[in-house]
Write a protein that binds this ligand. Structure first.
Ligand code: G3P
Ligand code: MG
Length: 263
């Protein structure tokens, strides 16, 4: 079986604060093949790595990243919320992230705001086009990226859209992958994507048994907060997983909650 690509989601964010250089270094140390991180820009247009539109969850402030200068963004403690051990961590720029990670490690830059030209300019300037894939839920950003760069790798992020429609979008964009939530992964959906020449990378999967189930269904890559929790590279009898899910669904109907990995 071919190996499944091991993406560290927001870096190794199970053990270090998400989207910080600490999480990216941990991902490299744990042997991740690539790092997924979220990119947006402040008011001066410099791409920085941050998931949310505001600082609320990470720094307890209501400021919007889009309204802050780079100096204001760099003054934010991006790690203290996770543990005092990380309170020196800052919000990294894209430039710092490219510089701090080895060229052998891929970067999935998930575009979260209107910053595509600046991102491409930075990636090109740092000669990193060969190790970067740009992804986005807002597919207009991917069309913009393709207009600006004819060969940079693109991944179409999928949520609830019809499968045929996202396949068509990906083909029009000459994208390499569909990046999809677990609930959209089935043997049939993966097979259709593969027939269309597209890889399927699944977010966000932390439990080793769930990783194994996704691998058995044929995915090409997994986004995980725990890149050190290995999935087996071998076929799994998926019918057994179906039985397990039925049992869990019954429990849920009785008012119990399903275990839900972060992401
Ligand atoms: O790129 C996969 C995944 O990161 C998309 O969701 O909210 O974690 O950015 P989110
Ligand atoms: Mg993301």
């Amino acid at each position: 079986m071919k190996p499944v690509f091991n993406w560290a989601h927001r870096g190794a964010s199970g053990g270090a604060p998400e989207n910080t250089l600490a999480a990216f270094r941990a991902a490299v140390a744990l042997g991740a093949d690539g790092i997924e991180c979220d990119v947006r820009a402040g008011c001066d247009g410099v791409p920085v790595i941050f998931h949310d539109s505001t600082l609320k969850r990470i720094a307890g402030r209501s400021d919007r990243i889009a309204d802050l200068s780079l100096a204001q963004i760099k003054a934010v403690d991006a790690g203290g919320w996770f543990s005092s051990q990380f309170s020196h961590e800052t919000i990294p720029t894209l430039q710092e992230t490219l510089a701090a990670t080895p060229a052998s490690v891929r970067l999935n830059l998930e575009i979260k705001s209107a910053c595509v030209p600046a991102v491409i300019e930075q990636v090109v300037a740092m000669k990193a086009t060969g190790r970067v894939i740009l992804s986005a839920f807002d597919h207009r950003r991917l069309h913009e990226a393709r207009r600006l760069h004819s060969t940079i790798a693109l991944g179409v992020l999928v949520n609830r859209e019809p499968w045929d429609a996202v396949i068509r979008t990906a083909q029009r964009l000459h994208a390499v992958s569909l990046n999809v939530p677990r609930r959209r992964v089935s043997a049939a959906s993966v097979a259709r994507a593969h027939l269309a020449g597209l890889e399927v990378h699944c977010y966000t999967v932390d439990a080793p048994d769930e990783k194994m189930r996704m691998v058995a269904l044929g995915v090409d890559g997994l986004f995980t907060n725990y890149p050190d929790r290995r999935h087996a590279q071998r076929p799994v009898d998926v019918t057994r997983w179906g039985e397990r899910h039925d049992a869990l669904a019954k429990k849920t109907r009785r008012g119990k909650r399903l275990p839900s990995p972060r992401g």
